[in-house]
Design a protein around this ligand. Structure first.
Ligand code: PLP
Length: 430
């Protein structure tokens, strides 16, 4: 093992070490190499260290036409960003995270490390925590790309429990999976608002989830909880958790490591910018231990993409510091909320739809899922009829149809659902 990995590991308690994969244990940030030496030389009269080109006055060289199409200074776009992410953006994101999650204000977390958006954040987390043969416990309604990331990418296996019990979250299904078998490492994922169902748990369910995770940790399990907060903030009903479940888990227990995976992708409607963050918290954490986890994360970023796009990070930082940011956000939220309201209204005003399809619990995010009621009506067949006969696109996922109301104008939503009902009828009549 590299001496820097050994040194990093000295900062970590036994239980956190037990959560790391083989790769995670040997991960380190190469602080003594090119990056460290370049940092030391910053400001030197002649700087011939890092691999970028500087002009004769020491500023980053760039093509004028590339500078013309961006609204940030050349120094904030053309040079590499650190593998940890742009420092001011990391601090800004943490500040905003605490603003959006007031119960985090007294809780110690790591500084967020920047990733190339959430897919890469999940992949970095998989690298740090999933060994081949490990199991990822997840509700059965999960984002399909988890298969490519965890199974294909890192050889883990996905083990699911039914997401819902009646109209609520199936906390006892999670508990059963956590307590199944001899105590050991447990890797769990939670995703609220959920893709594909659009469900966020209630505060009571959130506390119950925390309690079963604590029960598992007390029983001797070392539990890593990957919290996929891609759709954070898009909650449209009262009585639903508005804070991330990270708030409940970040200092819940020394045997629970909470890993928050979030970013600008959906929160800031910036899908193509590719900026996400990984933030850690666990019960009884220390500053040096959290810094060691940041080092391992940044080392894993360095070994995969080197660093996330500087120009995107700078553009986001500029937006976050604008006095108009909150206004932009609430205007965008209002558009999404109006679409959600149109979905609810359409379902309420058309009780006959209930003979054709049944919505699964939903209250937030981008989506809802519906299941055809009649036996033998396959979602894939409905999807095809919708596209071919009604010029309407939806996603068929196993036993259900996922509807992204996020991308449908509110006034198209009654027609969208009428088309689904008609398509179900056509398939049922075959
Ligand atoms: C639940 C969930 N997590 C993560 C992602 C990935 O987000 P990103 O585009 O930031 O990689 C998505 C994107 O659809 C998602 O639905």
């Amino acid at each position: 093992m590299h001496p820097l990995a050994l040194k990093t590991n000295e900062q970590l308690p036994e239980r956190v070490m037990a959560m790391l994969s083989q790769r995670g244990r040997s991960a380190y940030f190469p602080s003594a190499g090119i990056l460290g030496q370049s940092a030391e030389a910053k400001g030197a009269a002649i700087n011939a260290t890092i691999g970028i080109a500087l002009d004769d006055s020491g500023d980053p060289m760039h093509l004028p036409g590339l500078k013309d199409v961006i609204g940030v200074e050349a120094k904030d776009a053309f040079p590499y960003a650190p593998s940890y992410g742009k420092p001011a953006l990391r601090d800004q994101w943490l500040l905003m995270m605490k603003g959006k999650n007031p119960s985090l204000s007294e809780i110690q977390t790591s500084r967020p490390v920047v990733t190339n958006a959430l897919t890469h954040g999940l992949s970095v987390a998989a690298s740090l925590f999933a060994d081949p043969g490990d199991t990822l416990i997840t509700p059965d309604r999960f984002w399909g790309n988890y298969r490519l990331i965890f199974e294909h990418g890192f050889g883990a296996q996905i083990d699911t429990y039914p997401t819902f019990s009646g109209s609520g979250y199936n906390v006892s299904g999670l508990r059963e999976k956590l307590l199944d078998g001899a105590p050991g490492k447990r890797l769990v994922s939670l995703n609220f608002p959920n893709n594909p169902t659009g469900y966020t748990c209630t505060p009571g369910e959130g506390e119950a989830i925390r309690d079963v995770l604590i029960e598992a940790a007390e029983a001797g399990n070392d539990v890593v909880v990957l919290i996929d907060d891609a759709y954070f903030g898009l909650v449209y009903e009262p009585g639903i958790m508005t804070e991330s479940i990270f708030s409940l888990l970040a200092d819940a227990h020394p045997g629970i490591l909470a890993v928050k995976i979030d970013g600008a992708t959906k929160e800031d409607f910036a899908w193509g910018y590719r900026v996400g963050f990984l933030t850690f918290g666990y019960g009884g954490s220390t500053g040096p231990a959290l810094a060691a986890l940041e080092d391992k994360t940044a080392g894993t970023v360095r070994g995969s993409i080197s660093n996330a796009a500087h120009v995107s990070q700078s553009m986001l930082l500029t937006a976050y510091q604008s006095p108009d940011y909150d206004k932009w956000k609430s205007e965008a939220f209002a558009v999404m909320a109006a679409r959600y309201t149109a979905v609810r209204k359409t379902l309420n005003e058309n009780p006959d739809f209930a003979d054709r399809f049944e919505p699964m619990p939903f209250n937030s995010g981008y989506f809802l899922c519906v299941r055809p009621v009649a036996a033998g009506v396959e979602p894939e067949a409905v999807r095809r009829v919708l596209l071919e006969r009604f010029d309407t696109g939806v996603i068929a996922t196993g036993d259900s149809i996922r509807i992204a109301f996020s991308s449908a104008p509110a006034d198209s939503i009654p027609t969208l659902f009428a088309n689904i009902a008609a398509a179900v009828d056509l398939v049922a009549a075959r």
